[in-house]
Design a protein around this ligand. Structure first.
Ligand SMILES: C[S@@+](CC[C@H](N)C(=O)[O-])C[C@H]1O[C@@H](n2cnc3c(N)ncnc32)[C@H](O)[C@@H]1O
Length: 273
């Protein structure tokens, strides 16, 4: 156990654009004594707010023990540590093992959420991931690779839902992804977008369908730091544009009465959208 006033903040650094940091994340980075950032996915601009004299360390060549040694040495001296990770730390952030060690050592820590690259990519695509009548469910997942998937979570199992899929960590397995999805529920004309390095100056967007996306990604030579978004939500105007009731003038909910009746019947709901 460490007797200290030091503290570790595990911070969601967002997709890469420093303007997508939360105000809280920025404030903590500005005041931290030690900033350890995941420099494989977080550009230095995100931590350039560190105060003069702060130790700023990239973690891409460090293993967990080395990172934790740095964190624990700092908190032992009563220092504030900002551990800055990409997107939101709760999504493939490998924070569980860090938190176990911090808990074991009795070190106070706090998690500051960030903008996941899933949401930054949706913004760049100008798409709503949950489109009425098309998809009301979003699955964030990955393709099996060095990490085994738990039972029932293979891509072909998830494909049965036909909803919006956001696929992380899998851009090098495009051909297999397409094969699994088309053999288990999605048609070849399902829209797909690949967003490479969203929030970085060299961001790229590739749009296509399950039929042609693998070739397009290969031609663009994208082999890392990309998200794959699959489903009608990527191109919601295909087959007619559905609309949500939530802001419809003929829809009554807890906070607003309908102003006009649509087809003679007044729609009502619980205000949850
Ligand atoms: C270890 S996960 C981290 C995810 C992160 N915690 C989040 O909430 O977005 C790394 C994967 O996230 C995606 N990713 C991370 N940064 C990205 C970016 N700037 N643009 C597109 N995808 C990115 C890629 O799929 C990459 O393989």
């Amino acid at each position: 156990m460490i007797d200290t006033k030091g503290k570790v903040y595990i911070i969601g650094g967002g997709p890469g654009d420093p303007e997508l940091l939360t105000l809280k994340a920025k404030r903590i980075i500005e005041s931290a004594d030690v900033v350890i950032f995941a420099d494989s996915l977080v550009p230095p601009e995100v931590v350039e707010f560190a105060k003069e004299g702060a130790q700023v360390i990239g973690s891409k060549e460090l293993n967990l023990d080395q990172i934790m040694d740095l964190e624990l040495a700092a908190v032992r001296e009563g220092k504030i540590v900002a551990r800055v990770q990409s997107g939101d730390p709760s999504i493939y952030g490998a924070i569980l093992e860090q938190m176990r060690i911090l808990k074991r050592e009795g070190v106070e820590f706090e998690i500051i959420p960030g903008v996941s690259t899933a949401f930054a990519a949706a913004a760049v695509l100008k798409c709503e991931l949950t489109v009425p009548e098309k998809s009301q469910t979003v699955i964030m997942t990955r393709m099996e690779g060095r990490v085994d998937m738990p039972p029932g979570e293979q891509l072909k199992d998830l494909a049965a839902h036909g909803c919006t899929l956001v696929i992380f960590l899998s851009i090098t397995r495009m051909t297999k992804i397409v094969r699994e999805l088309t053999s288990s529920g999605y048609t070849e004309d399902t829209p797909v977008a690949v967003v490479y390095r969203v929030g970085w100056p060299d961001q790229k967007v590739i749009r296509g369908t399950l039929k042609d996306i693998a070739d397009k990604v290969r031609a663009a030579k994208i082999t890392l730091q990309a998200l794959i978004i699959v489903g009608d939500a990527v191109d919601p105007e295909i087959g007619g544009g559905a609309v949500s009731h939530l802001y419809s003038a003929d829809y009554t909910h807890r906070y607003r009465r309908a102003q006009k009746a649509g087809s003679g019947t007044q729609v009502s709901g619980n205000g949850k959208g």
